[in-house]
Write a protein that binds this ligand. Structure first.
Ligand SMILES: [Zn+2]
Length: 315
């Protein structure tokens, strides 16, 4: 039984687990992430690996990190929510633990978990995963492998163009998909809708204490579930843009399965219903042909540790 450790390094907390070759978690541990302290962040990874390795005969370590990882899967080039800049994580953790280590971008790790054990486990060749959180994460599996690109930064699906000269994006460009199909966009649409029609947004505004600018993503989700028309319309707009983006990806890569994950996707059909509709309609001009199903992610909070552990096993 080959056991490996998967580490899921988030901006606020981290978890690590011992995982077997069937994708089962045998042991798990959690810590806060010292996001502003490079050395402490390394140390906490070494600490959890040593803790788990004490009781289990593990063979390798996979680390999923929220950031840009180089194509050799060694170095975190840049992590937006942490102090890592050119952090040689693989070398450090391997030397400190005596175990082989791979480092991978967190969106790639989650997609790999879905491809191997989750929503796309029946796909043997290809899947694309879009993670809808504050921003948009993306990952592409093709030919049974993660597509990392020449420089390790392939599948930045949030920054494909949705609207020419559209809303400004954090990446410096205007009109990226992330500005229309993310949690940030959901809140913006809901606030716009509430400003336009306070009466229609009554239940949403009640959650926000009457303040349009106090509306948050979770408020939009609960108001939409309760039937608030402005909150539902915000989901419909995000779903529309998501569906169009997914159709573009199908036109490029024609994968077997499309997986949608991330916090916003937990709203289920409020998001996926409009997404599927826009997706299907955008193929209209080309007539009827088979295209990948859009499925919700299944691995949820365990995707990071299971995907990272599996990538370490297959290194
Ligand atoms: Zn962008």
């Amino acid at each position: 039984m080959t056991l490996t450790i998967g580490v899921d390094m988030g901006g606020t907390n981290m978890q690590a687990a011992v995982v077997d070759r069937e994708g089962r978690v045998l042991a798990r541990t959690r810590r806060d992430t010292p996001a502003d302290d490079v050395e402490a962040a390394r140390e906490v990874i070494v600490d959890v690996v040593c803790e788990l390795a004490r009781d289990h005969p593990v063979e390798a370590v996979g680390i999923g990190a929220a950031g840009f990882v180089d194509a050799t899967r060694s170095t975190v080039l840049f992590a937006p929510n942490m102090a890592w800049r050119g952090e040689p994580l693989r070398t450090y953790v391997a030397a400190a633990t005596g175990l082989p280590v791979v480092v991978e971008n967190d969106a790639n790790v989650a997609a790999w978990a879905e491809f191997r054990y989750g929503a796309a486990r029946d796909a043997d060749d290809s899947a694309i995963m879009v993670t809808i959180g504050t921003g948009i994460g993306g990952a592409i599996v093709f030919g049974g492998e993660l597509i990392r690109g020449a420089n390790g930064i392939a599948a930045e699906l949030g920054h494909i163009l949705a609207v020419s000269d559209g809303h400004p994006c954090g990446c410096g460009r205007n009109g990226c998909l992330e500005q229309y199909a993310s949690g940030t966009a959901l809140v913006r649409f809901a606030r716009e809708g509430a400003k336009d029609d306070q009466a229609a947004a009554a239940s949403l505004l009640e959650l926000a204490g009457g303040e349009v600018d106090a509306i948050t993503g979770p408020m939009v989700t609960s108001a939409a579930k309760a039937g608030d028309p402005v909150a539902r319309e915000a989901f419909a707009r995000v779903g529309y843009w998501l569906g169009l983006g997914l159709a573009d990806l199908v036109h490029i890569l024609d994968p077997q399965v499309l997986v949608v994950g991330g916090g916003v996707s937990e709203a289920g059909d409020l998001l996926l219903g409009p997404a599927r509709e826009a997706y299907a309609q955008s193929f209209g001009a080309r007539g009827r042909f088979p295209a990948a199903q859009i499925r919700p992610a299944e691995m949820l909070n365990s995707a990071g540790v299971i995907g990272a552990a599996d990538l370490a096993r297959l290194r």
